[in-house]
Design a protein around this ligand. Sequence first.
Ligand code: 26Y
Length: 824
Amino acid sequence: GPVGPGFSRPKHKRTFTGFGPSEIKSVEASIPEPLREAAAYSGTALAFRDRLIIEWNRTQQRQTFTDQKRVYYLSLEFLMGRALDNAMLNVGMKDIARDGLADLGFRIEDAISQEHDAALGNGGLGRLAACFLDSMATLNYPAWGYGLRYRYGIFKQEIVNGYQMEIPDYWLDNNPWEFPRHDITVDIQFYGHVNKTYDEDGKVVYSWEAGETVRAVAYDVPIPGYRTKTTNNLRLWSSKASSGEFDFQKFNAGDYESAVADQQTAETISAVLYPNDNLERGKELRLKQQYFWCAASLYDIVRRFKKTKRAWSEFPDQVAIQLNDTHPTLAIVELQRILIDVEGLEWDEAWRIVTGTFGYTNHTVLPEALEKWSVPLMQNLLPRHLQIIYDINLFFLQSVEKRFPNDRDMLSRVSIIEESHPKMVRMAYIAIIGSHKVNGVAELHSDLIKTTIFKDFVTIYGPDRFTNVTNGITPRRWLHQANPELSALIADKLGGYDFLTDLTLLDKLEAFVDDKNFRQEWSDIKAKNKLRLAKLIKDVTGYSVNPNSLFDVQVKRIHEYKRQQLNIFGVIHRYLSLKAMTPEERKKVVPRVSIFGGKAAPGYWMAKSIIYLINSVAAVVNKDEEIGDLLKVIFIEDYNVSKAEIICPASDISEHISTAGTEASGTSNMKFVLNGGLIIGTCDGANIEITREIGEQNIFLFGNLAEDVEDLRHRHFYGDFQLDPQLKRVFDAIKEGTFGDPSSFTSLISSIEEHGDYYLVSDDFNSYIATHDMVDKEFQNQEEWLAKSITSVARMGFFSMDRVTNEYADSIWNVEPLNIADED
Ligand code: 26Y
């Protein structure tokens, strides 16, 4: 029978290693009814896992044998989602699995949906790391991911009476995708003190004596590439007590409780993902996580390098380490420490190696997200590292002083140590000074970091250290897997699935934009995807929505800068306008479903009240019979990767409406457009480049520009603020109690009315409302809308993660792919 899309017909019939239909059938009868789907999932997963293991071992052997330069992607977050569907598609045997499962009476979708999401991330940064892994494997780069194996991923969100509740996400039971490597462990030191001694030549040697030691155990996750045998490795570290099960000496001495307590303290390090996105809290356990993971990963990388017996000077020719934001910045300090304290290199030579190895990606300009650690905390936890940080700072400031004599302001501005009380270590500055390249994630963002937060460093190092690599997304998951029918339709027109590995081929779709049948199929697929989402909405909220309505979606972390409040105020405005209409007027209105989803950081009260307002508006609007289908408001609880795969293909329009200059890139904007949705957005992040690629007639842009934001804020601050009259009408309705007790919403309103409207909600409101009116108008012309949808998809090739990966490889990592596809 046919194998997966784009795969050549096998020479001989392939079967799974691991299970055959007959084997499952024989046990089937003994499985209780509710467990059957779970068994179908397990059986299928184990079969594909077996295949992956073979390719994975081969890939690792080949990479070791050829001994090329490798890339190490260090990220505290990997937001992977489900693995089975992805594995089936990448291996290319999903059709065979579907048939096999069907023979046994299962729908493949039911088996797939049994899997728990691997949700080891908060949002965009973590998902970008996951897209990197997919792309690096697909392009055959010898690349590893390094992260933490959290016992609890991002919390599960439940909505209770309109409020967000957080439920722990214990995800590790029956996870077939991880392989514990009890043979690969590293003991990690904390606390203690530094000894100064002298070697036989009289040279000063520092040695760090630990106060506490925790063991890192490796867990490996195979990362299959698409249409290639390359299967790379994601190594996640888990913490446990360094003395094994627990301290038997203590145990034997009768101190049972303390032996168990030590064990638990150690395990705490990798217990839980911090649920803050773009908000830094300075907790000691978080710093412990960062060092634990950096030190274990570096030990592993250095161990692998040392096996090659090369000179240290060759380290940067063999190893590229990419820092996903500043979270792994301690890796810079740790490598310097290993090289000088353990390996005995001179400072300057060690530092040349360090800076030649690291690259740093910045993901935010928001001041509250920039990591700073207090000096006393660092002194206590990592005394030797603090010394090295001071030395890095000293040498750096000396070099700055030499080039810019008598500029004391400059010295205090660029110092790694902020002279506050307590003093703080500015992690981004270490990351810049210790890397050979620093990049932003979209053009505007990369320009902004050069002209604002890192301006002085551009003066010091020149513009070449700073570069832009605009983000992308993997078309395997975000088109082929999430939207199989659209992928198949495109493949039909383009003569195969090559576009999944060369997304620029999509441009050939433009030739079909007037093809009647093609247009019909395109719009049928959108309709089916909307039905699929309507079903999800019914399942999770109980609300029925009319799938012929305009689906308007905003799904992302809840944050004031992303401005879900602007969206819900706009919805209220729409509701009030509908209520004021005559029945005749209402007949001309385009029915709309406003769909929200996203988690708020548990301690972020403003974000939580935005969720509560959305749900309060939903409760009133959705039961208003006068309004009926004309407006429905939906909050989909527990937005995650697997829900995104259903939501992205089903939008007519999606919202990317951050205050200009605040969203570094955004990546869901790309996912929605690639699936044939149009977007409404501000001139921010990658929206700008999406506009450049697809054409401004195909996107709804509104609002103030980044260059005007500072001035507007300044004017607000000095009392020049006028609440937009339409927004005032919205606030009045809230204050009258239209959506329940208004006291729940006072801080939301007063942040705008009284406290300077930092995110410019009022300034952009009029333009936002007017643009939505245009959306309504244009949606009524379905033929035009369809043309925009097709044309946009055809022009999205630039946003493939493969373009991104190749740019990093060429301009930052200097690594080559290792092609193993044709061997064996
Ligand atoms: C310091 C700590 C609390 C922290 C934790 C998570 C700080 C930041 C984050 C997460 C940041 C993040 O997800 N940033 C997003 O990165 C995406 C990928 O580059 C961008 O598309 C998106 O605009 C940006 O907000």
